[in-house]
Every structure is written in C-alpha cells, then in structure tokens.
Write a protein that binds this ligand. Structure first.
Ligand code: FES
Length: 173
C-alpha cells in the first residue's frame, strides 16, 4: 500500500523522543500513539515545527496529512515557538462573564503582543483556552502550570512582574 508519509529522512527530534516513537511502533495499533508522541514533541521542543511533524510522520509511518490534521484539531498544539512564560487566559463561559476578555486585553496592552504571539525576547506568549475546570476561581489565568484565580484587572501587571516583566522596559525586560 502506498503511503503519503514523509519519506525523507529527517533528524530534528531529540533521542528521547525517537526512543519513545520506537517503543510506540513496537506496540499494536501504533498509530493510536500519535497524540502522546506529538505532546512529547511539544513539551520537549516548545512547539510543533513542520520538520518535527514530518519526522514523526516518517518514523511512525503515518501520512503527513494525518499528523497535521490531528495537530490542528487539538487546540493545545501550537505551531509557533512559545514564550518562556506561557500566559493562558481561560475564555470559558464562567471566566468570560467575569471579565476574562478584559484581562486578556490588559495582557495584550502590557506585553504589546496579540493572542497567539510571543514577545520579541521570547519571554512571554499569550494564549486563550476553553474551560480549564477551575470555574469557581473565574476568571483564571495560567502562567505555565501555575494557576491564578479570581484575577482582577489591577492584578494583571503583578502576575507578569512576578515573572520578570518590567513595565518601564516593556516586554523586553
Ligand atoms: S470557564 Fe474558566 S475555568 Fe471554567
């Protein structure tokens, strides 16, 4: 059967991911491990580059269209390098009605970037998420894995300064 997997040898993935893929390939229905493999690539490399997805396609013998399809379907995958501090604003209903959109606007102004972008110095990026399951704390902001609940507009800057943001120097601090 012909396969539209990437057939060019690519070597951008670190050895631990290659080893994990080999483990998955040895299992039954190895294709079903595509999402865990892509998650590992993102966790390790920060985002999914075209080259890394091509290498996954080649090593797992999964058509590249399927790899791209899966990666674009799930909102937690990202195709651009993210900041050292990934600031995620929950835009689920509970957070939205409690002002998450205003929190998002304040973050965009302070960092001078849009949602989905990263500051020039690579320090901060802004993303939005659907409900993260902490509605009682709405509105919720995450900085990497750290959860900030009941976020008030006046506290947004402090969340950033806790992570090295210096308003006087802008996001390049
Ligand atoms: S809506 Fe934001 S945590 Fe549920």
């Amino acid at each position: 059967m012909s396969c539209s997997c990437s057939n060019t040898e690519i070597n951008v993935l670190p050895p631990e991911i290659v080893a994990f893929i080999e483990e998955c390939n040895a299992k039954e229905h190895s294709e079903s491990y595509l999402i865990p493999v892509l998650q590992m690539v993102q966790e390790t490399m920060g985002f999914l580059s075209t080259e890394s997805m091509d290498e996954v396609s080649w090593r797992m013998k999964v058509p590249s269209a399927k790899v791209t399809g899966v990666a674009t379907f799930y909102h937690f995958f990202t195709f651009k390098p993210r900041g050292e501090f990934r600031v995620t604003v929950c835009m689920g209903t509970a957070c939205f009605v409690r002002g998450a959109d205003k929190v998002l606007d304040r973050l965009k102004i302070l960092l001078d970037i849009d949602e989905g972008d990263t500051t020039e110095d690579g320090k901060f990026s802004i993303d939005c998420a659907r409900c993260i399951g902490a509605c009682a704390l709405a509105p919720v902001v995450l900085v990497n894995e750290r959860v900030y609940g009941n976020v008030k507009l006046a506290e947004v800057e402090k969340i950033l300064t806790d992570h090295g943001f210096d308003k006087a120097k802008g996001a390049k601090a």
